[in-house]
Design a protein around this ligand. Structure first.
Ligand SMILES: [Ca+2]
Ligand SMILES: [Ca+2]
Length: 251
């Protein structure tokens, strides 16, 4: 019974707590995952955010109903206005020509992406220790029709009050969209033969997957070379003895 419970726990963890970076589902769950499940950080293999999480943030920034206004504190204090609600675009008014501060208290430990409308100084500070939380990843954002231009990812601990200091910024204002990476993961399937359809081996990540992965699945032959012409998008060729289009039958 204990073994079954452990297997079930392992399955749940792999579905819900896999770190941002790629992890082959066929790999066994490392023991460390059980011990560190509450403090996972951005995986070292994650070098950029995938289009899924960026599109998600852009939807919030583009929806007037998802916007909330905040007036930043002029000083770095843990009593500064909060921007802790996910899926929200915070329109932050900054002190004229100067930096301003808001706070973020994560509900869950993990990696958080802070998308924003200007690439200006942006510092995340642990309100308890005053230590700066370095960005695990930062990059420009280029998404058609989206006002978000920059994002940085920070590994945060649940319940800690973080001071987010930003600015000065043009117009003394900046919009920030906080996203939790585990909320916006996409499943990618291994496509060894490069035909655009993947096999059952997959990774589930908010990051850009390594080369050779696709969002389409159901490739019944992912063999390099010979499998490239066999996939759900192929035309069935009668009489060749092959299920070319992966529908389970030949004609
Ligand atoms: Ca394939
Ligand atoms: Ca067929």
């Amino acid at each position: 019974m204990m073994k079954m419970k452990r297997i079930a726990l392992s399955a749940l963890l792999s579905l819900g707590l896999t770190a941002c970076g790629p992890m082959e589902e066929s790999e066994p769950m490392p023991e460390s995952m059980f011990e560190e499940q509450g403090s996972q950080a951005l995986d070292a293999a994650c070098t950029s955010l995938g289009t899924g999480i960026t599109s998600h943030a852009c939807v919030h920034s583009g929806n007037p109903a998802d916007h909330l206004a905040r007036t930043a504190s002029a000083t770095r204090v843990t009593s500064a206005p909060s921007i802790s609600t996910k899926h929200t675009a915070y329109d932050i008014a900054l002190p004229s020509g100067a930096e301003g501060s808001v706070t973020y208290v994560p509900a869950t430990t993990g990696s958080y992406a802070f998308y924003r409308t200007q690439n200006v100084p942006f510092t995340v500070i642990n309100g308890s220790t005053s230590a700066t939380v370095p960005s695990a990843l930062s990059q420009t954002v280029s998404s058609s029709g989206c006002l978000l231009v920059y994002v940085s990812v920070h590994d945060l601990t649940a319940g800690t009050t973080y001071i987010v200091a930003t600015g000065p910024a043009s117009g003394n204002a900046i919009t920030v969209v906080p996203e939790f990476l585990d909320d916006s993961r996409t499943r990618y399937y291994r496509d060894a033969d490069g035909d655009g359809y993947g096999s059952t081996t997959s990774i589930y990540t908010a990051c850009t997957p390594p080369a050779g992965y696709t969002t389409q699945r159901f490739d019944c032959n992912d063999t390099v070379g010979s499998g490239a012409s066999i996939n759900p998008g192929a035309t069935e060729v009668c009489g060749n003895g092959i299920d070319d289009n992966c529908d389970g039958s030949q004609c």
